[in-house]
Design a protein around this ligand. Sequence first.
Ligand SMILES: *[C@@H]1O[C@H](CO)[C@@H](O)[C@H](O)[C@H]1NC(C)=O
Ligand SMILES: *[C@@H]1O[C@H](CO)[C@@H](O)[C@H](O)[C@H]1NC(C)=O
Length: 390
Amino acid sequence: MRCSKCLLCLSALLTLLGLKVYIEWTSEPRLGKAYPGSRDTLPGPTASTEPTLPANLSVRLGQTYPLPATYWNQQQWQLGVLPSEDCQAWGAAAAAEILDFASYPKDLHRFLLSAACRSFPRWLPAGEASPVAGCSATDVPYLLLAVKSEPGRFAERQAVRETWGSAAPGVRLLFLLGSPLGSGGPDLSSLVAWESRRYRDLLLWDFLDVPYNRTLKDLQLFAWLGHHCPDVSFVLQVQDDAFVHIPALLEHLQSLPPTWAQSLYLGEVFTKANPLRNAGKPFYVPESFYQGSYPAYTSGGGYVIAGRLAPWLLQAAGRVAPFPFDDVYTGLCFRALGLVPRAHPGFRTAWPAGHGVSPCTLQGLLLVQPLSPQTSIQLWRQLQDPQFQC
Ligand SMILES: *[C@@H]1O[C@H](CO)[C@@H](O)[C@H](O)[C@H]1NC(C)=O
Ligand SMILES: *[C@@H]1O[C@H](CO)[C@@H](O)[C@H](O)[C@H]1NC(C)=O
Protein backbone atom coordinates (compact mmCIF):
# COMPACT_ATOMS: atom_id res chain seq x y z
CA MET A 1 0.00 0.00 0.00
CA ARG A 2 2.65 2.42 1.09
CA CYS A 3 4.93 1.52 -1.73
CA SER A 4 2.25 1.90 -4.39
CA LYS A 5 1.64 5.43 -3.04
CA CYS A 6 5.35 6.05 -3.33
CA LEU A 7 5.30 4.82 -6.91
CA LEU A 8 2.33 7.01 -7.72
CA CYS A 9 4.09 10.00 -6.20
CA LEU A 10 7.28 9.22 -8.10
CA SER A 11 5.54 8.78 -11.42
CA ALA A 12 3.62 12.02 -10.90
CA LEU A 13 6.86 13.80 -10.14
CA LEU A 14 8.55 12.32 -13.18
CA THR A 15 5.65 13.36 -15.39
CA LEU A 16 5.83 16.90 -14.07
CA LEU A 17 9.58 17.00 -14.64
CA GLY A 18 9.14 15.69 -18.17
CA LEU A 19 6.48 18.32 -18.83
CA LYS A 20 8.75 21.08 -17.55
CA VAL A 21 11.62 19.96 -19.76
CA TYR A 22 9.26 19.73 -22.72
CA ILE A 23 7.82 23.19 -22.15
CA GLU A 24 11.26 24.69 -21.81
CA TRP A 25 12.45 22.95 -24.92
CA THR A 26 9.53 24.06 -27.06
CA SER A 27 9.48 27.63 -25.79
CA GLU A 28 13.17 28.15 -26.40
CA PRO A 29 13.62 30.19 -29.55
CA ARG A 30 15.37 27.86 -31.95
CA LEU A 31 17.96 29.92 -33.72
CA GLY A 32 19.65 27.10 -35.53
CA LYS A 33 20.64 29.01 -38.61
CA ALA A 34 21.83 32.52 -38.73
CA TYR A 35 22.26 34.86 -41.68
CA PRO A 36 21.13 34.21 -44.40
CA GLY A 37 18.61 32.78 -42.02
CA SER A 38 16.00 30.10 -41.83
CA ARG A 39 12.64 30.34 -43.46
CA ASP A 40 9.78 30.69 -41.08
CA THR A 41 6.07 31.23 -40.81
CA LEU A 42 3.94 34.07 -42.10
CA PRO A 43 3.89 37.09 -39.86
CA GLY A 44 0.75 37.55 -37.81
CA PRO A 45 -2.42 39.14 -39.09
CA THR A 46 -2.02 42.12 -36.75
CA ALA A 47 0.47 43.69 -39.13
CA SER A 48 -0.29 47.23 -40.10
CA THR A 49 -0.75 48.05 -43.76
CA GLU A 50 -0.14 51.81 -43.70
CA PRO A 51 3.46 52.95 -43.32
CA THR A 52 4.25 55.30 -40.44
CA LEU A 53 7.56 56.69 -39.28
CA PRO A 54 7.58 57.55 -35.56
CA ALA A 55 9.86 60.24 -34.16
CA ASN A 56 11.77 57.73 -32.06
CA LEU A 57 12.62 54.61 -34.07
CA SER A 58 14.67 52.63 -31.53
CA VAL A 59 11.73 51.03 -29.78
CA ARG A 60 10.10 50.06 -33.06
CA LEU A 61 13.38 48.49 -34.11
CA GLY A 62 13.34 46.41 -30.95
CA GLN A 63 15.72 48.31 -28.70
CA THR A 64 14.44 49.52 -25.34
CA TYR A 65 17.67 50.47 -23.56
CA PRO A 66 21.00 51.93 -24.69
CA LEU A 67 23.85 49.62 -25.71
CA PRO A 68 26.82 51.98 -25.47
CA ALA A 69 29.41 49.36 -26.40
CA THR A 70 27.69 48.33 -29.65
CA TYR A 71 28.15 50.86 -32.41
CA TRP A 72 25.14 50.28 -34.66
CA ASN A 73 22.69 49.98 -31.76
CA GLN A 74 24.11 53.05 -30.06
CA GLN A 75 24.02 55.07 -33.27
CA GLN A 76 20.41 54.11 -33.82
CA TRP A 77 19.60 55.05 -30.24
CA GLN A 78 21.03 58.54 -30.73
CA LEU A 79 20.34 59.06 -34.40
CA GLY A 80 17.87 61.66 -35.55
CA VAL A 81 18.79 61.78 -39.21
CA LEU A 82 21.91 60.75 -41.06
CA PRO A 83 24.10 63.74 -41.94
CA SER A 84 23.65 64.88 -45.51
CA GLU A 85 26.60 67.28 -45.31
CA ASP A 86 30.05 65.95 -44.56
CA CYS A 87 29.13 62.30 -44.75
CA GLN A 88 32.82 61.39 -44.34
CA ALA A 89 32.73 62.71 -40.78
CA TRP A 90 30.23 59.99 -39.82
CA GLY A 91 32.66 57.31 -40.98
CA ALA A 92 35.64 58.95 -39.32
CA ALA A 93 33.72 59.07 -36.05
CA ALA A 94 32.85 55.37 -36.38
CA ALA A 95 36.51 54.51 -36.91
CA ALA A 96 37.47 56.53 -33.86
CA GLU A 97 34.73 55.28 -31.56
CA ILE A 98 34.74 51.54 -32.28
CA LEU A 99 37.43 50.24 -29.96
CA ASP A 100 38.37 47.17 -32.01
CA PHE A 101 37.87 48.85 -35.41
CA ALA A 102 41.41 47.81 -36.44
CA SER A 103 40.37 44.15 -36.26
CA TYR A 104 37.32 44.62 -38.54
CA PRO A 105 37.55 43.09 -42.05
CA LYS A 106 38.74 45.44 -44.81
CA ASP A 107 35.41 45.60 -46.65
CA LEU A 108 33.60 46.51 -43.43
CA HIS A 109 36.19 49.28 -42.88
CA ARG A 110 35.50 50.66 -46.33
CA PHE A 111 31.77 50.34 -45.82
CA LEU A 112 31.75 52.20 -42.51
CA LEU A 113 34.07 54.96 -43.70
CA SER A 114 31.69 55.93 -46.50
CA ALA A 115 28.37 54.51 -45.24
CA ALA A 116 26.75 57.87 -44.66
CA CYS A 117 27.66 59.05 -48.19
CA ARG A 118 24.63 58.15 -50.20
CA SER A 119 24.21 60.74 -52.93
CA PHE A 120 26.03 59.86 -56.09
CA PRO A 121 25.65 61.32 -59.57
CA ARG A 122 24.49 59.17 -62.44
CA TRP A 123 27.25 57.69 -64.53
CA LEU A 124 26.44 58.61 -68.12
CA PRO A 125 28.27 57.40 -71.22
CA ALA A 126 30.66 60.22 -72.20
CA GLY A 127 28.51 62.90 -70.62
CA GLU A 128 25.47 62.13 -72.78
CA ALA A 129 21.89 62.62 -71.64
CA SER A 130 20.41 59.53 -70.10
CA PRO A 131 19.36 56.91 -72.62
CA VAL A 132 16.87 55.52 -70.10
CA ALA A 133 13.38 56.92 -70.57
CA GLY A 134 11.16 57.66 -67.60
CA CYS A 135 7.69 56.15 -67.41
CA SER A 136 5.40 58.29 -69.52
CA ALA A 137 1.89 59.02 -68.31
CA THR A 138 0.49 56.61 -70.87
CA ASP A 139 2.96 53.87 -70.18
CA VAL A 140 3.19 53.26 -66.44
CA PRO A 141 4.47 49.74 -65.80
CA TYR A 142 2.53 47.40 -63.55
CA LEU A 143 5.75 45.61 -62.60
CA LEU A 144 9.24 47.06 -62.83
CA LEU A 145 12.07 44.52 -62.88
CA ALA A 146 14.97 46.26 -61.11
CA VAL A 147 17.88 43.90 -61.59
CA LYS A 148 21.03 44.40 -59.53
CA SER A 149 23.97 43.61 -61.76
CA GLU A 150 27.64 44.60 -61.92
CA PRO A 151 29.36 46.16 -64.93
CA GLY A 152 31.36 43.04 -65.84
CA ARG A 153 28.34 40.72 -65.76
CA PHE A 154 27.41 41.15 -69.43
CA ALA A 155 26.38 37.52 -69.93
CA GLU A 156 24.03 37.54 -66.93
CA ARG A 157 22.30 40.70 -68.21
CA GLN A 158 21.98 39.37 -71.73
CA ALA A 159 20.48 36.13 -70.41
CA VAL A 160 17.87 38.12 -68.49
CA ARG A 161 17.02 40.19 -71.61
CA GLU A 162 16.66 37.07 -73.72
CA THR A 163 14.57 35.15 -71.18
CA TRP A 164 12.31 36.23 -68.31
CA GLY A 165 13.13 39.93 -68.73
CA SER A 166 12.08 40.05 -72.39
CA ALA A 167 9.27 42.41 -73.34
CA ALA A 168 5.88 41.65 -71.79
CA PRO A 169 2.81 43.89 -71.46
CA GLY A 170 2.94 46.00 -68.30
CA VAL A 171 6.46 44.87 -67.45
CA ARG A 172 9.59 47.01 -67.72
CA LEU A 173 13.21 45.92 -67.29
CA LEU A 174 16.05 48.02 -65.80
CA PHE A 175 19.50 47.09 -64.54
CA LEU A 176 21.13 48.85 -61.59
CA LEU A 177 24.90 49.27 -61.70
CA GLY A 178 27.77 51.14 -60.13
CA SER A 179 30.64 52.70 -62.03
CA PRO A 180 32.18 50.68 -64.89
CA LEU A 181 35.60 52.10 -63.95
CA GLY A 182 35.87 49.66 -61.07
CA SER A 183 38.90 49.63 -58.83
CA GLY A 184 42.05 47.95 -60.03
CA GLY A 185 40.12 46.06 -62.71
CA PRO A 186 39.82 46.70 -66.46
CA ASP A 187 38.04 49.88 -67.55
CA LEU A 188 34.68 48.69 -68.89
CA SER A 189 33.40 52.21 -69.68
CA SER A 190 33.29 51.94 -73.47
CA LEU A 191 31.68 48.48 -73.48
CA VAL A 192 29.06 49.55 -70.93
CA ALA A 193 28.46 52.80 -72.85
CA TRP A 194 27.78 50.77 -75.99
CA GLU A 195 25.45 48.43 -74.11
CA SER A 196 23.65 51.39 -72.56
CA ARG A 197 22.98 52.98 -75.97
CA ARG A 198 22.01 49.68 -77.52
CA TYR A 199 19.48 48.56 -74.89
CA ARG A 200 18.58 51.74 -72.97
CA ASP A 201 18.00 49.72 -69.84
CA LEU A 202 21.04 50.53 -67.68
CA LEU A 203 20.86 52.86 -64.71
CA LEU A 204 24.41 53.55 -63.60
CA TRP A 205 25.75 55.63 -60.74
CA ASP A 206 29.22 56.79 -60.00
CA PHE A 207 30.13 54.61 -57.02
CA LEU A 208 32.25 51.49 -56.67
CA ASP A 209 30.15 48.44 -57.53
CA VAL A 210 30.88 46.06 -54.63
CA PRO A 211 28.43 43.94 -52.59
CA TYR A 212 28.61 46.27 -49.57
CA ASN A 213 27.46 49.14 -51.79
CA ARG A 214 24.26 47.41 -52.90
CA THR A 215 22.09 49.45 -50.57
CA LEU A 216 23.16 52.46 -52.64
CA LYS A 217 21.45 50.87 -55.64
CA ASP A 218 18.20 50.50 -53.69
CA LEU A 219 18.32 54.12 -52.54
CA GLN A 220 19.24 55.55 -55.95
CA LEU A 221 16.46 53.45 -57.49
CA PHE A 222 13.90 54.81 -55.01
CA ALA A 223 14.98 58.35 -55.81
CA TRP A 224 14.80 57.64 -59.55
CA LEU A 225 11.32 56.15 -59.19
CA GLY A 226 10.15 59.24 -57.31
CA HIS A 227 11.21 61.45 -60.22
CA HIS A 228 10.62 59.24 -63.23
CA CYS A 229 8.14 56.51 -62.40
CA PRO A 230 6.13 57.37 -59.27
CA ASP A 231 3.02 55.41 -60.23
CA VAL A 232 4.54 51.99 -60.83
CA SER A 233 2.45 49.36 -59.00
CA PHE A 234 5.17 46.87 -58.02
CA VAL A 235 8.95 46.69 -58.13
CA LEU A 236 10.86 43.42 -58.17
CA GLN A 237 14.33 43.96 -56.71
CA VAL A 238 16.32 41.02 -57.90
CA GLN A 239 19.84 39.72 -58.54
CA ASP A 240 20.95 39.14 -62.13
CA ASP A 241 21.39 35.38 -61.55
CA ALA A 242 17.73 34.77 -60.73
CA PHE A 243 15.09 33.25 -62.97
CA VAL A 244 11.65 34.74 -62.49
CA HIS A 245 8.48 33.01 -63.61
CA ILE A 246 6.83 36.23 -64.74
CA PRO A 247 3.35 34.90 -65.63
CA ALA A 248 3.05 33.18 -62.24
CA LEU A 249 4.34 36.26 -60.42
CA LEU A 250 1.90 38.56 -62.24
CA GLU A 251 -0.95 36.21 -61.46
CA HIS A 252 -0.02 36.17 -57.79
CA LEU A 253 0.27 39.96 -57.61
CA GLN A 254 -3.09 40.41 -59.28
CA SER A 255 -4.71 38.04 -56.79
CA LEU A 256 -3.54 39.93 -53.69
CA PRO A 257 -6.06 41.69 -51.46
CA PRO A 258 -5.68 45.47 -52.05
CA THR A 259 -4.57 46.17 -48.46
CA TRP A 260 -1.69 43.70 -48.82
CA ALA A 261 -0.80 44.93 -52.27
CA GLN A 262 -0.49 48.53 -51.08
CA SER A 263 2.21 47.77 -48.53
CA LEU A 264 3.74 44.74 -50.19
CA TYR A 265 7.13 43.34 -49.16
CA LEU A 266 7.06 39.81 -50.58
CA GLY A 267 9.66 37.09 -50.90
CA GLU A 268 11.45 34.33 -49.06
CA VAL A 269 11.25 35.56 -45.48
CA PHE A 270 13.88 34.99 -42.80
CA THR A 271 12.74 35.56 -39.26
CA LYS A 272 14.97 35.69 -36.20
CA ALA A 273 18.16 35.29 -38.20
CA ASN A 274 21.24 36.16 -36.17
CA PRO A 275 24.46 37.88 -37.17
CA LEU A 276 27.28 35.46 -37.94
CA ARG A 277 30.23 35.78 -35.60
CA ASN A 278 32.95 33.84 -37.46
CA ALA A 279 35.64 36.37 -38.26
CA GLY A 280 37.01 35.75 -41.74
CA LYS A 281 33.82 34.08 -43.00
CA PRO A 282 31.22 35.72 -45.25
CA PHE A 283 28.58 37.90 -43.57
CA TYR A 284 30.70 38.27 -40.43
CA VAL A 285 29.40 40.95 -38.08
CA PRO A 286 31.57 41.86 -35.06
CA GLU A 287 29.97 41.86 -31.61
CA SER A 288 31.03 45.44 -31.10
CA PHE A 289 29.05 46.48 -34.19
CA TYR A 290 25.59 44.90 -33.89
CA GLN A 291 23.68 43.12 -31.12
CA GLY A 292 20.38 41.32 -31.46
CA SER A 293 18.58 39.28 -34.11
CA TYR A 294 17.91 40.73 -37.52
CA PRO A 295 14.42 41.99 -38.22
CA ALA A 296 12.28 39.72 -40.40
CA TYR A 297 13.49 40.40 -43.93
CA THR A 298 13.20 38.91 -47.39
CA SER A 299 16.19 37.31 -49.06
CA GLY A 300 18.05 39.73 -51.32
CA GLY A 301 18.00 37.17 -54.15
CA GLY A 302 14.66 38.65 -55.19
CA TYR A 303 11.65 40.27 -53.54
CA VAL A 304 8.73 42.48 -54.54
CA ILE A 305 7.72 45.78 -52.98
CA ALA A 306 4.76 48.07 -53.61
CA GLY A 307 5.93 50.95 -55.81
CA ARG A 308 4.23 53.59 -53.68
CA LEU A 309 6.56 52.69 -50.77
CA ALA A 310 9.68 53.97 -52.57
CA PRO A 311 9.54 57.50 -51.05
CA TRP A 312 8.69 56.03 -47.64
CA LEU A 313 11.69 53.71 -47.78
CA LEU A 314 13.91 56.59 -48.79
CA GLN A 315 12.68 58.56 -45.80
CA ALA A 316 13.18 55.60 -43.45
CA ALA A 317 16.71 55.07 -44.77
CA GLY A 318 17.57 58.62 -43.73
CA ARG A 319 16.85 57.60 -40.14
CA VAL A 320 18.08 53.98 -39.94
CA ALA A 321 21.78 53.63 -39.16
CA PRO A 322 23.78 52.11 -42.05
CA PHE A 323 24.15 48.34 -42.11
CA PRO A 324 26.40 46.46 -44.56
CA PHE A 325 23.94 43.90 -46.01
CA ASP A 326 21.37 45.33 -48.39
CA ASP A 327 18.61 42.81 -47.66
CA VAL A 328 18.92 43.15 -43.87
CA TYR A 329 18.95 46.93 -44.28
CA THR A 330 15.76 46.79 -46.34
CA GLY A 331 14.23 44.68 -43.55
CA LEU A 332 15.26 47.32 -41.02
CA CYS A 333 13.67 50.08 -43.11
CA PHE A 334 10.41 48.16 -43.48
CA ARG A 335 10.38 47.54 -39.76
CA ALA A 336 10.99 51.23 -39.16
CA LEU A 337 7.87 51.88 -41.25
CA GLY A 338 5.91 49.35 -39.19
CA LEU A 339 5.44 46.98 -42.16
CA VAL A 340 6.13 43.26 -42.18
CA PRO A 341 7.31 40.95 -44.96
CA ARG A 342 4.94 38.42 -46.52
CA ALA A 343 6.35 34.99 -47.22
CA HIS A 344 5.63 33.05 -50.40
CA PRO A 345 7.04 29.52 -50.72
CA GLY A 346 7.56 30.07 -54.45
CA PHE A 347 10.58 32.31 -53.83
CA ARG A 348 13.63 30.01 -53.69
CA THR A 349 16.87 31.93 -53.30
CA ALA A 350 19.23 29.19 -52.24
CA TRP A 351 18.81 26.90 -55.24
CA PRO A 352 21.49 24.20 -54.86
CA ALA A 353 24.44 24.64 -57.21
CA GLY A 354 24.44 22.16 -60.08
CA HIS A 355 20.77 21.37 -59.49
CA GLY A 356 18.99 21.68 -62.78
CA VAL A 357 15.60 23.26 -63.06
CA SER A 358 12.96 22.34 -65.62
CA PRO A 359 9.49 23.66 -66.41
CA CYS A 360 8.26 20.84 -64.15
CA THR A 361 10.28 21.90 -61.10
CA LEU A 362 9.25 25.47 -61.84
CA GLN A 363 5.57 24.68 -61.32
CA GLY A 364 4.37 26.56 -58.27
CA LEU A 365 7.59 28.58 -58.08
CA LEU A 366 7.87 32.31 -58.73
CA LEU A 367 11.63 32.88 -58.49
CA VAL A 368 14.68 30.64 -58.45
CA GLN A 369 18.19 31.89 -57.64
CA PRO A 370 21.05 31.46 -58.35
CA LEU A 371 21.14 30.00 -61.85
CA SER A 372 23.82 30.32 -64.52
CA PRO A 373 22.97 32.23 -67.74
CA GLN A 374 23.15 28.90 -69.61
CA THR A 375 20.65 27.22 -67.29
CA SER A 376 18.27 30.17 -67.57
CA ILE A 377 18.38 30.09 -71.36
CA GLN A 378 17.81 26.34 -71.46
CA LEU A 379 14.87 26.64 -69.07
CA TRP A 380 13.37 29.47 -71.11
CA ARG A 381 13.58 27.42 -74.33
CA GLN A 382 11.78 24.53 -72.67
CA LEU A 383 9.09 26.87 -71.35
CA GLN A 384 8.50 28.25 -74.86
CA ASP A 385 8.30 24.77 -76.39
CA PRO A 386 4.65 23.75 -76.84
CA GLN A 387 5.73 20.09 -77.18
CA PHE A 388 7.37 20.02 -73.75
CA GLN A 389 5.47 17.98 -71.21
CA CYS A 390 6.08 17.23 -67.58
C1 LIG B 1 14.24 57.20 -27.89
O1 LIG B 1 13.63 56.92 -26.65
C2 LIG B 1 14.54 56.54 -25.63
C3 LIG B 1 13.76 56.16 -24.37
O2 LIG B 1 12.41 56.18 -24.55
C4 LIG B 1 15.52 57.67 -25.38
O3 LIG B 1 16.42 57.32 -24.35
C5 LIG B 1 16.29 57.94 -26.66
O4 LIG B 1 17.20 59.00 -26.49
C6 LIG B 1 15.32 58.29 -27.78
N1 LIG B 1 16.04 58.45 -29.01
C7 LIG B 1 15.85 59.47 -29.85
C8 LIG B 1 16.65 59.47 -31.13
O5 LIG B 1 15.07 60.37 -29.63
C1 LIG C 1 31.24 52.37 -52.14
O1 LIG C 1 31.44 53.37 -53.11
C2 LIG C 1 32.10 54.54 -52.65
C3 LIG C 1 32.15 55.53 -53.79
O2 LIG C 1 32.81 55.02 -54.89
C4 LIG C 1 33.48 54.17 -52.12
O3 LIG C 1 34.10 55.33 -51.60
C5 LIG C 1 33.34 53.12 -51.04
O4 LIG C 1 34.61 52.71 -50.61
C6 LIG C 1 32.58 51.93 -51.57
N1 LIG C 1 32.33 50.99 -50.49
C7 LIG C 1 33.02 49.85 -50.33
C8 LIG C 1 32.58 48.95 -49.23
O5 LIG C 1 33.93 49.53 -51.04
